[in-house]
Structure formats: structure tokens, C-alpha cells
Design a protein around this ligand. Sequence first.
Ligand SMILES: Nc1ncnc2c1ncn2[C@@H]1O[C@H](COP(=O)(O)OP(=O)(O)O)[C@@H](O)[C@H]1O
Ligand SMILES: [Mg+2]
Length: 409
Amino acid sequence: MEIQSIKQRFGIIGNDPKLSRAIDIARQVAATDLTVLITGESGTGKEVFPQIIHHLSSRKHKSYIAVNCGAIPEGTIDSELFGHEKGSFTGAHEARKGYFEEVNGGTIFLDEVAELPLSTQVRLLRVLETGEFLKVGSSKVIKTDVRVIAATNVQITEAIQRGKFRQDLYYRLNSVPIQIPPLRDRKEDIHLLFRKFANDFAEKYRMPALQLTDEAVTLLINYRWDGNIRQLKNITEQISIIESERLITHQTLIKYLPKTTMVSLPVLYSKDDFNHDLTDRDILYKVLWDMKKDINDLKRTIFELSQKSDTKHLQESDPVLIKKIYHDVSNETKDFDSSVLNDGDYEQITEEVANENSRAEESLSIQEKEIDLIKKALARYNGKRKLAAKDLGISERTLYRKIKEYDIS
Ligand SMILES: Nc1ncnc2c1ncn2[C@@H]1O[C@H](COP(=O)(O)OP(=O)(O)O)[C@@H](O)[C@H]1O
Ligand SMILES: [Mg+2]
């Protein structure tokens, strides 16, 4: 099948060569039984790839199932994947078939595979290597013929270093890697995708499609899109619903684009790191430290400028000065194409930089409050995690993770 027709059949928009290459690999690997690991930031469009592979393979008439490993509680995931015997744990009133038995002959997509607990990783490795597994609470070996495709939005190599992911499993899963580029690296496709979503929502809400002015297009293309295609789609929907004027200017558009604090962060930390270790003290301190440095640089720049300048009255709102400060501060990062900004926007951005410090401090104190709440809840229930989790309104698994992360005893 031609790449173009695959795109059409699976509703994939975009002409980026990196995207086409990913589709090409999926197409070629489909006919084999090789395990495939799809990596890419959240929202880049990973979910369609295992479907392409399954539907172009000889397994296409057999079952396909997608399992979100991050969404299944740690306590039941082995049973969901591999099944269990009656009475193998409290509540196991009936024996149950797991996905690896049900999907025999077909394809399993393990989404967010890095979230699998280590004990499940051992079982998974075994079934990948031998085609054999045991149900929970059983010693009878069961054979299965399942093709596994996995996806992750985390840097798995870092998870391995942190001891959260087995290296041998990684190598086994990664027989064929497919990388999905972030939207910001597919600039040519951004406007294309916007038009596609604008048309879809126009149809859905029965109104004329949104259009962008030239400046708005430039802004759209140069935005960071940390949430990738999912974020672009959501924002297009919001604008479609809220704005009555169908021609969208960049002033209107900018209101919908979150002023990502990532403007000064991404060089040090990929977005994935930042999200996953947001609760990690080290990173927060480092972030605070960098912000402090930025602000000191900013102060110095203002000072130097006021020394150099022979006009005695430098006004803070002077767009030229603010432009200069903004350029100096963001010079290292260059993530944001400043040419798309208007003079008025610089005020917003300088304010933003100044606000970052207090914002990060806020999240630090939120973290402390969270630790405090967890400790109190645990004390209240004599360390019973199930009850404490319920009280806190989080899953037991999340509580477990937080206890580990914050090192709460
Ligand atoms: N190339 C594309 N063309 C059109 N829509 C896309 C494309 N890639 C992703 N999408 C849409 O973007 C959203 C996010 O995609 P998804 O596969 O769920 O991302 P991920 O699993 O990588 O987080 C979905 O609504 C999907 O339909
Ligand atoms: Mg996904």
C-alpha cells in the first residue's frame, strides 16, 4: 500500500518527511511478527500506528486490543494481561482469561508501556521470548501467539537508569523503533492540521470554518505546541466555538495559546522530564535556580542599559527596551520566534518572566502541602494505604507512587 493511501485510510494529515518515514517503517514491519516500540511526546499521534501495523498484517482478521498500561491499577494489571485462577487473590471469585489469551493470533497494543510495574515487566519479557505465560495463581504454562506493539512518551532510557524499566525488556520491545516527531518539528504541517480541524469543527457545529490572518498563521506555526496535535485540535475547537468572528487575527489567537513557562526551560529539560518529575525536588530547585539567574541577568541588562543610555528617563513600557530585554533573556533558548510578536506582546512576556519565580515557588509549597496531606492521611488510617488513598481522592497506585517519590515513611 502506498504511503499516501495509508494516510488517507487512517486519516493522517501531514507531509512531513519524518512522519512519512514513520508510516513507511510501520508498513514494512507489518508483515513480520517483530515487536515495535513507538516513541513520541504526548499528543503526537502515536495511537494510529499500531492500528496501521495490525491492519496491514496477516493478523488483520484476528483481534486487536489496546491496553493503556498507565490506567490500570498496579494490583490488577497482571490479572488483566495474563488472567487469573479462581481464588488466586481475595475477590477472584471466578477464573478469568487475560488479554494475552483472548487475543491469541492477534495484536496487543501496550500504550504507556513505561508505566508497567517491574513484576509485570518480568512476565511480559517471558511471553515475548517464549510465547508462554502463567495465569496469576496458576502453575500451568499457557501458549499464545500474540504480536506486541508498545508505545511510550517517556525517555525509556532514563527510566532504565532510574531502575524503573528493565533493560532486557527494552531491547526486546525495541526490535523496531518508530519515532513520531513533535509537532514543533513539523512546522509545515501545522497550518494544514489547523485547516483540517477547523473544517471538521465547522461541520460538527454547523458554522463557517475558521480562517487565519497571515500574522496569525505565523504565530500558529512558531508556537511551541507542548501538547502537540492534541493541543492544536483542542484549541481549534475552543476558538471555533467561542469566537463569532470567523477571521482569526493573531491578537485573538494569542489569547488561546497558554503562555508556556517552557520559554526558558526546555533547553535543560525535555517536556517529558518536566512532566514526569515535576514533583522531584532536584528539578524544582534547578528550575528556581535558573529563573533566579535569568532575573539577575535581566536586572543587569536594565542596569547596563540605563548606564549607556543618555536619555535620563527610560520608561519601563518603552517597547524598544523591553524588546531588548526579552531578547537578552531568551537568547539562549531561542524556542520562540520573537519576530511573530507585536510590541504590545513584549510587555506580557517580560511580566511573564518576572512571574515565573513566584509561580515556581508556589508549586514548591504545593508539593510540601501534598506531602503533609499524605502523611496526615496515612497517620489517620494507621498507615493503611487503601483507606488513606480513598480519603485523599487518589488511586492507591498514585498514593504508592507518591510515597516512593517523596520518600514518605
Ligand atoms: N497526523 C494526524 N492527522 C490528523 N489528526 C491527528 C494526527 N495525529 C494525531 N491526530 C489526532 O490528535 C489526537 C492525539 O493523537 P494520539 O494518537 O491520541 O496521540 P498520542 O497517543 O501520541 O498521545 C487524536 O485526536 C488524533 O486523532
Ligand atoms: Mg496516547
